[in-house]
Write a protein that binds this ligand. Structure first.
Ligand SMILES: Cc1cc2nc3c(=O)[nH]c(=O)nc-3n(C[C@H](O)[C@H](O)[C@H](O)COP(=O)(O)O)c2cc1C
Length: 183
């Protein structure tokens, strides 16, 4: 399968087979795809926490419930493993800091790139995934020992799909999102 075919077939999965364990070997391959990802000034401003024990997964399921019971992942309970993406202080070139007055300017993009590379590696291993955007930072720190203020930006859910329905990619048309040489 070439890369574009893979892009067409990969989809966010919101129904997982229960009680299926992802071998640690595969989890580490997925993390490796993140670790090898590009980042601004090669600062690698990330820490990945793999959550695969039943106790830790239960805590994670609570940590993605925010405020008054809202969650982006009502489907989270059969997920085999999660990966938490914690943004780290980025060591970038002084010219970047001078220009943007912000050493974290590239960090969220870096985490996004690492996360997508992990999704694609998972896909190549037959493992489905879904990104979870919202979480409760206080719970993340309490449950997983994340140092205060180091933000858990994303969570990636991983597991074996139980989805049965077919799907169609919903995307804006090419002409709307792409132009050559000018706006
Ligand atoms: C930053 C980010 C946050 C997301 N958060 C959630 C989420 O909380 N819950 C969810 O079900 N999907 C979430 N998604 C998945 C998107 O809804 C999904 O990628 C989009 O609808 C396109 O569908 P596809 O991935 O199947 O192509 C998130 C995706 C991104 C990139």
């Amino acid at each position: 399968m070439d890369f574009l075919e893979m892009m067409q077939q990969r989809k966010s999965c919101r129904s997982y087979q229960p009680d299926k364990v992802i071998p640690r070997e595969d989890l580490l391959k997925i993390v490796e795809a993140g670790r090898l990802s590009p980042s601004g000034c090669n600062s690698q401003p990330w820490k990945f926490i793999v959550v695969d024990s039943p106790e830790a997964k239960e805590k994670l399921c609570d940590a993605v419930v925010v405020g008054n019971g809202v969650t982006g992942a009502p489907w989270r309970h059969n997920v085999s493993a999660f990966i938490i993406f914690v943004e780290q202080p980025a060591k970038v070139m002084s010219s970047v800091i001078e220009h943007y007055k912000n050493s974290q300017r590239f960090a969220q993009g870096d985490l996004g790139a690492a996360c997508m590379n992990m999704c694609h590696e998972a896909f190549s291993l037959g493992i489905s995934s879904c990104i979870i955007g919202m979480n409760d930072q206080e719970k993340m720190e309490k449950y997983f020992g994340i140092p205060h203020g180091q933000e858990a930006r994303l969570v990636l859910a991983l597991g074996y799909s139980a989805e049965t329905t077919s799907f169609q990619k919903v995307r804006k048309p090419l002409e709307e999102v792409c132009s050559f040489n000018h706006w």
